[in-house]
Design a protein around this ligand. Structure first.
Ligand SMILES: Nc1ncnc2c1ncn2[C@@H]1O[C@H](COP(=O)(O)OP(=O)(O)OP(=O)(O)O)[C@@H](O)[C@H]1O
Length: 689
């Protein structure tokens, strides 16, 4: 059934029927509609399959209940943990992001707003509450596949994750661990070099030292790593003295983030002013959360869980904004109750692609502080810092237990007042497009810039991609590629690896970031277009299939190859030893990946073994999280999209360590993005309100 399949009168009949009496949406109509949405790519087959499954178990189910189930599943695919019935009814198409990115509403396809016309939230809730598929009361004791909590509908699994995270966190927040002896003196010694007042790093260290759970949030370069390394020294010193060193583990959600933290932790541990015996007991190796928990192939389960907990005393997880709800639930489940968990991350960054925005939800009060008088007094006493002029709000220990264990670092040591990147990021974060525009236009800030391009034939666009002046572009890595060892060089010669390292490092200096996947300025087309540009300029062979110089992004964890989602490799022609005696050595194409164990090594993988990779001349901002580039270039599309949010722009800006360029393809889009904050629907934030 489509709008145009029906004679005009009947089209109205259907819509009027839905409007006047919602229950008249028949089961057949609903199933047909869901099927059509799947066919046009508006809904996943999975979302419709859920409806078929529910219908099998309860054939009399009301169509509105089934529609709600399909939409809940659809929302999960968009990062929302549940379906907010009232918000959905307020503006169905917008809140469900339908039609999806890159598609227009056609005459032939009904919109969610058509189906939901005339449906009231109370009516919808009543239908759901009356359904044998839905637990609306005492859901803990029930086992129905859907759970209705107020006006939020969950698939039971996600409701359970949310409950699990909330209840384990409550237990952890109530757990006070023994304080290291002489805490004030230790803090004074570890943070003696600080010139900040108040010294938020010292405060964060104090709070994290006292509890089984803490959050240290802050923008780029605010010293999260510095703080946590000092905290680890603080905790480890007495344990080493007692002959029982703590088992400390470090983790991050992706391989790329783990590799970056391995590098910065290594530096920071090296600089620590502590006994050698203590330094030796602070790990420098960071693993991924999947590795830490022990992924079991082809399941969602992990080797470690409450029944087989992790063997550790302290766990630090960096880039925590990338942890989705399911992962957080699994992580908390696997932690021994008295182990310390410290989350580090930037609450203002985009959340994970998966459902949930856990760090953002947990950091709701971080900016305001919301410390209770007790917490405030304790903090000032042990840290020797005054918070009187810090502009914090007073909080309540019972109502805001999480705030008592959260510190927001507020001073960027990397992007201070004179940094355009820092200023721009702060303006975007404050939803202030005028200020952001002023920073971009201010020639006093050499580290940021913007350019309006007319099309991909625009010479300015090509210059940016190739690189100009001090701003690296892709020619940096292509030049390195040309400095290849002679084909005759022995296969065992370390120069092959050194060359691959140089190419990879040069590629890592520049990245085009896209806000969207589809359309002329989306990842898919830009990847092809940039490869074609580099080919035309004589830098690359014809970009078909695998070719030397092709950079690729791993899109799925592959444990057999030891590659993680987000890893980047580059295809290189190298000399390979003879496979059989008597055979000749030959030049072959292999994909070079940096080793993520901090060794600085490179491994070469057969292209044919890489089943989940895509070219990465452009990547989405989502995929860039946890990475940093000397020059990050953000391309905004030429039309508005719900995906264009201030979190997306902020995340892109903060990927740049040296220079940020904004490329606009239509004026006004940047301003619209900066004034649109992301909204992820979940119950977790309400939990701590
Ligand atoms: N209190 C401080 N005084 C002076 N320099 C500092 C201080 N804290 C951190 N730094 C320096 O600022 C830089 C950033 O610090 P750090 O890596 O700890 O920040 P981060 O918040 O972890 O950064 P990222 O954004 O990479 O996660 C480092 O060079 C570090 O040495």
């Amino acid at each position: 059934m489509t709008r145009s399949d029906l004679p005009a009168g009947q089209q109205l009949d259907l819509l009027d029927a839905v409007a006047a009496e919602p229950p008249q949406l028949t089961l057949d109509q609903l199933l047909h509609q869901l099927q059509q949405w799947v066919e046009v790519g508006w809904l996943r087959a999975l979302d419709r399959a859920l409806v078929v499954f529910l219908l099998d178990s309860q054939p009399d189910t009301h169509p509105l209940v089934l529609l709600a189930a399909a939409l809940t599943s659809h929302q999960l695919g968009h990062g929302h943990v549940c379906l907010d019935l009232a918000a959905t009814l307020d503006s169905p198409d917008l809140s469900l992001s339908l039609p999806p990115e890159g598609q227009q509403a056609g005459r032939d396809v009904l919109l969610p707003s058509d189906l939901l016309q005339g449906v009231g939230a109370d009516h919808w809730c009543r239908q759901l509450a009356a359904s044998p598929l839905v637990d609306a009361q005492a859901a803990e004791q029930g086992e129905r596949p859907l759970v209705l909590q107020g006006r939020r509908l969950y698939l039971r699994r996600y409701w359970r994750y949310e409950r699990q995270v909330a209840s384990i966190l409550r237990q952890r927040l109530a757990t006070r661990l023994p304080l290291p002896q002489g805490l004030p003196e230790q803090l004074q010694r570890l943070f003696a070099d600080s010139t900040q007042q108040p010294d938020w790093q010292r405060l964060a260290c104090a709070l994290a030292a006292r509890g089984a759970f803490s959050i240290i949030t802050g923008g780029p370069g605010t010293g999260k790593t510095t703080t946590v390394v000092r905290l680890l020294a603080l905790l480890q010193a007495p344990a080493v003295a007692a002959g029982q060193p703590l088992r400390i583990h470090l983790a991050a959600p992706t391989g790329k983030a783990a590799a970056r933290l391995t590098e910065s932790i290594g530096r920071q541990v090296g600089d620590l002013q502590v006994d050698e015996a203590v330094r030796a007991q602070i790990p420098r190796q960071v693993t991924t959360l999947h590795r830490l928990l022990g992924s079991l192939p082809d399941t969602r389960h992990f080797r470690h869980h409450a029944g087989n907990p992790l063997l550790l005393d302290v766990l630090v997880v960096d880039e925590a904004s990338m942890i989705d709800l399911e992962m957080m639930a699994c992580l908390l489940d696997a932690l021994p109750p008295r182990a310390r968990l410290i989350l580090l991350g930037d609450k203002d960054q985009l959340a994970s692609v998966e459902a949930g925005a856990v760090l953002g939800d947990l950091c709701r009060d971080a900016e305001a502080g919301c410390y209770s008088p007790n917490t405030l007094q304790w903090l000032e006493q042990v840290s020797g810092q005054s918070l009187a002029g810090a502009g914090l709000q007073e909080g309540d220990e019972q109502r805001q237990p999480l705030a008592q264990q959260t510190v927001m670092l507020r001073y960027s040591h990397r992007f201070g007042a004179g940094s355009g990147i820092g200023r721009l990021a702060r303006a975007v974060n404050r939803l202030d497009p005028q200020q952001a525009r002023a920073v971009l236009a201010d020639s006093g800030f050499a580290d940021v810039g913007s350019r309006l391009v007319q099309g991909q034939g625009d010479a300015g666009w090509a210059d940016l991609i190739l690189g100009q002046g001090h701003q690296p572009g892709y020619t940096a890595y292509l030049q390195e590629l040309r400095r290849r060892p002679a084909d005759s060089l022995e296969t065992t010669d370390p120069e092959w690896v050194c060359w691959a390292q140089r190419v990879l490092a040069a590629f890592d200096r520049f990245q085009v970031l896209c806000a969207v996947r589809k359309g002329p300025w989306g990842v898919e087309q830009l990847n092809q277009q940039i490869a074609a540009l580099l080919h035309r300029r004589g830098w690359l062979p014809e970009p078909v299939g695998w070719y030397e110089g092709r950079p690729v992004l791993v899109t799925r964890n592959d444990y057999s190859l030891g590659l993680m989602n987000g890893d980047i490799g580059i295809a290189l022609r190298i000399r390979e030893p003879a496979l059989q005696p008597g055979e000749r050595e030959r030049m072959v194409l292999r994909v070079a990946f940096p080793r993520t164990d901090g060794s600085g090594g490179v491994r070469f993988v057969l292209p044919s073994r890489l089943t989940a990779v895509e070219s990465v001349f452009a990547m989405t901002v989502h995929k860039s999280q946890g990475s940093e580039f000397a020059h990050a270039l953000l391309v905004l599309p030429d039309s508005r999209s719900p995906l264009l949010t201030k979190e997306l722009v902020y995340t892109a800006i903060t990927r740049a360590s040296g220079h940020f360029t904004l490329v606009e393809t239509r004026s006004g889009i940047f301003e619209a993005a900066v004034t649109q904050p992301v909204r992820r629907i979940s119950g977790l934030a309400l939990e701590w309100g």
